[in-house]
Ligand binder design. Structure first.
Ligand SMILES: [Zn+2]
Length: 81
């Protein structure tokens, strides 16, 4: 099974939550080792999850999801087919 960047992005929140099956997790791990884009996205997504999980900080900047979505779209274009 080979996965591409888009697969990683689709599963990234489940991956962070530890909810992806072992086979998929291994594929994502392997992809992250070689893909700077997905590593960067994982880092920033993880930061957000930490913020959300922290009771002290519950508000994300307005439009955050929109910006993340736009960013994913842009990087998807950069990543090519
Ligand atoms: Zn990637």
């Amino acid at each position: 099974m080979r996965i591409d960047c888009q697969h990683v992005w689709e599963h990234i929140s489940a991956y962070i939550d530890g909810e992806v099956e072992a086979v998929l997790r291994a594929e994502i791990d392997r992809h992250l080792e070689t893909c700077e884009i997905c590593s960067a996205i994982l880092d920033s997504t993880r930061n957000v999850v930490v913020l959300v999980a922290d009771d002290r900080v519950f508000e994300l900047p307005a439009g955050f999801s929109r910006r993340l979505h736009d960013r994913l779209g842009r990087e998807m274009e950069l990543a090519g087919p």
